[in-house]
Design a protein around this ligand. Sequence first.
Ligand SMILES: C[S@@+](CC[C@H](N)C(=O)[O-])C[C@H]1O[C@@H](n2cnc3c(N)ncnc32)[C@H](O)[C@@H]1O
Length: 251
Amino acid sequence: MTADRSAALFFELFSGLPRQGPGTAASTRRALGLVPDVGPRTRVLDIGCGTGAQTLVLALDSPARIVAVDNHPPFIDILNREAHRLGVADRLEARVADMRRLDFPNHSFDLIWCEGAIYNVGVEAGLRDWRRLLRRDGHVALTEVCWRKPEPPAECAAFWKREYPAIRDTDALLEAVDACGYRTVGHFPLPASAWWDDYYRPLQDNVTAFRTRHHDAPDAQELADQCQNEIDIWHAHSTFYGYEFLVLRAG
Ligand SMILES: C[S@@+](CC[C@H](N)C(=O)[O-])C[C@H]1O[C@@H](n2cnc3c(N)ncnc32)[C@H](O)[C@@H]1O
């Protein structure tokens, strides 16, 4: 399979979802409530925004000015359209950008937001690289998958070893952010509904329709198998892992 075909199939499978990873509006609001003094002069950078499920919550629930970035242009188009539709486009601008090469000037932002996306670069690399973008005493809000219980069943452990070997428990994650020079203002687990309601449930429907559309394409069926396996692992073993929301202050 060529890289172009692989990307096209991947984005087709993940199209039309309310969000592109686990999360809930209530969790975004709860984390926002942990950030002090968010006002009309607060500048927010939302990294890996996807179609902007969390970005729109930030825009509707705060008076802050927001720049949202993602490297997939169709997601950016969707978010900018929604921002116009909801009347917040004067404070919310979405742009195509690579989180590995963000070219904003130093100290451009008071708050960096990153739901379900820092894993693309790794927590430590993201926190260290993005630090220069924050003003002194700025904040970071991020979500990251964590082990919830020790000794996960073999198929669950094997899945995460393959998909994201950097997964660790919450204590280890908190130690890591501390070692990167950030202070934890607060943290809380996302509920199980964060995986299902706006993510795996609609994704499951996509997988079924995608299989039918591509019934004669082995590469597409293989991608559907991988996606189905991820959902099945979650159904079987979701008590062993989950997302944690962290709100941090650059120390
Ligand atoms: C799991 S999704 C989370 C999206 C959104 N924050 C949410 O919670 O619905 C991860 C996002 O990171 C984006 N992404 C992956 N690699 C990226 C990169 N190098 N630069 C910018 N965005 C990237 C993907 O396009 C995707 O939208």
